[in-house]
Design a protein around this ligand. Structure first.
Ligand code: FES
Length: 113
């Protein structure tokens, strides 16, 4: 597996999110209020709105367009969401957020429907 560091953990404050680009791939990194870190594609699985324009309260990510929601704990659907988020394999090593670049990182939601 090709695990690569995409950002430092302190680049994402607790209960916040940040977009980072590494090797030409854009990621949305969510850091929960419980320090859980979730790395997902930057676009909503509904109509591809940028998720960084949505809202994140430290537990739940909400898309700004139609208010679909997901949990930062496991990416599970909440409320009225009708599709799950893709979740990239990630882990924290020391103060680094690392992603497995051998996995599918250019997630195409339309190809899945
Ligand atoms: S575009 Fe995100 S919920 Fe519709």
């Amino acid at each position: 597996m090709a695990w690569k560091t995409i950002c430092r953990l302190d680049a994402v404050d607790p209960a916040s999110m940040n977009t980072v680009t590494h090797d030409g791939v854009e990621f949305l990194v969510l850091r929960g209020e419980n320090d859980k870190v979730l790395v997902v594609p930057p676009f909503c699985p509904h109509m591809h709105t940028r998720l960084c324009d949505g809202f994140f309260d430290g537990a739940t990510l909400t898309c700004s367009q139609h208010l679909w929601q997901w949990s930062v704990d496991d990416g599970s659907m909440q409320g009225i969401a009708e599709a799950p988020l893709a979740i990239y394999p990630s882990r924290i090593e020391g103060d680094e957020v690392r992603v497995d670049f051998d996995s599918e990182l250019r997630y195409d939601y339309e190809a899945q429907s």
